[in-house]
Design a protein around this ligand. Structure first.
Ligand code: ZN
Length: 461
């Protein structure tokens, strides 16, 4: 990328300042029209680093002193060029000729790429942004031109599947090993709107990568589960790779919201959640907790997912908390009834494990604590990173005995079970995430599943 700027030098500015000083006596009305500050500023940005199928280019123009007169955004390659966007400005308001309002800044946006410009060739192109100042009686019109050189890439990147026998289940997890060609910026598995990004394959050759991926519980179309690779220009290759897909539609359940339950959980959550809007009835507040607050917590978990280590921190099957009964399961879509009327729907995405009150909660596997604290619907919660995007969450705890950054062993106590957050009674809510997307924990508790679906495709430590 190279930038070049041409415009007014400091000498021209000095001459105009002198003229302006002489004219001050002639009246303030003229002063605004004669002021001239620094040259217009132009910044070019794009949504992809290179031009490919369709790269969105934005130029930001600003000239706060005298205002912008005209702006233009062009794409140039060899002898050909095209105007992507342009705009002209006039003074507005009273006394518009000399003192009218001017436009101090604006954006121009256009699309550069093979879809819009069929004549583009592989190689390089120039994005050119031109800004003219608002003309005044003594102003010259020399424009400012900023250019940005961008690579033009038009071929989809190479993508080759290396692992075999991918049997996946709706709401489940999996691993896939593949090889990408040079210049690939992002790759992994797309499952509907969910992306699980890849990592370099430990001990692998050039371009060899793997992705631990999630198949969303709400996705029942295997045609939407594909391996992908994308370059810096947005050229994309996709491959279907799933050999066998098992649908597992969410089960349904109804939950009665009693006044006693609301009176117990709502004020407790409201008082511990900073910024919570505690207006309205207990039911109103409950719906806010189960709706807005739930979405905020899921967004926080998705952000924490980036805090993963590129290493297998876990060993063997995940551990179910000892001596526990499995109560609610994964992907149960609940209808919440209040005095017999449906007031809410949410999907339960963990495993509810009940034992005795305040029972010790062990880490399901070894890893590093990335969160320990208040997590609204989950109450007091701990999140452990197991590496490569795999994390486990422990919710509704009465006490927490670890802190972020702690390295924990499989079975090490994280705290004690409880009924904090949205919990009907003392239990542990265990949830497993792959890159922030909830997956069925039962697979990770099953050593046969791990052997057949993970360990047979990738060498685990
Ligand atoms: Zn639960």
């Amino acid at each position: 990328m190279a930038l070049s700027i041409s415009g007014q030098g400091p000498r021209g500015r000095g001459r105009l300042v002198l003229v302006a000083v002489v004219l001050v006596v002639a009246g303030l009305a003229l002063a605004g029209a004669l002021r001239r500050g620094p040259a217009p500023a132009v910044v070019i940005t794009s949504d992809h680093e290179a031009i490919g199928p369709a790269t969105t280019i934005t130029a930001h123009f600003s000239e706060p002193t005298g205002g912008l007169g005209a702006v233009k955004l062009e794409l140039v390659q060899g002898e050909r060029s095209v105007v992507l966007a342009e705009r002209r400005f006039a003074r507005s308001g009273p006394f518009s000729l000399l003192r009218g309002r001017v436009t101090a800044e604006t954006d121009l946006t256009g699309t550069a790429g093979r879809k819009a410009q069929e004549w583009l060739k592989e190689g390089e192109a120039v994005v050119r942004a031109t800004a003219d100042r608002m003309a005044g009686p003594l102003r010259s019109g020399a424009p400012v031109v900023v250019e940005k050189r961008m690579a033009v890439l038009l071929r989809p990147p190479s993508l080759e599947l290396l692992s075999r026998q991918h049997y996946v289940r709706q709401g489940g997890s999996g691993v896939v090993v593949f090889r990408v060609g040079e210049g690939v910026a992002r790759s992994g598995v797309r499952a509907g709107a969910t992306e699980s990004l890849s990592f370099p394959l430990p001990g692998g050759g050039p371009g060899e990568r793997f992705a631990l991926f999630a198949v969303p519980w709400e996705l029942d179309d295997v045609g939407q589960v594909r391996l992908f690779a994308e370059d810096a220009a947005g050229n994309r290759s996709e491959l279907p790779f799933v050999d066998l897909f098992k649908k597992a539609p969410p089960r349904t359940d109804t939950i009665d919201l009693s006044d006693d339950f609301l009176a117990r959980v709502v004020p407790a959550i409201a008082s511990q959640t900073p910024g919570f809007d505690a207006s309205g009835s207990l039911l109103d507040q409950y719906l806010r907790i189960n709706g807005e607050e739930r979405r905020a917590v899921l967004a926080k978990i998705a952000a924490l997912a980036k805090d993963t280590q590129a290493a297998f921190l876990w060993r063997g099957a995940f551990l179910q908390m000892p001596d526990t009964q499995r109560r609610a399961g994964f992907a149960e879509t609940r209808t919440y009834l209040y005095h017999g009327k449906a007031v809410d729907h949410q999907t339960h995405l963990g495993l509810d494990l009940a034992s005795t009150e305040h029972a010790p909660v062990p880490a399901a596997n070894s890893g590093r604590v990335v969160f320990a604290g208040w997590l609204v619907i989950y109450g007091n919660a701990v999140i452990v990173d197991h590496g490569y995007g795999l994390m486990s969450l422990y919710g509704h705890m009465s006490a927490i005995s670890v802190k972020p950054g702690d390295v924990v062993a499989k079975g090490q106590q994280l705290g004690n079970s409880g009924s904090t957050g949205l919990a009907g009674g003392d239990h542990l809510h265990l949830e497993i995430f792959v890159q922030g997307k909830s997956v069925n924990p039962l697979e990770w508790l099953d050593e046969h599943w791990i052997r057949d679906n993970i360990a047979n495709k990738i060498k685990l430590p």
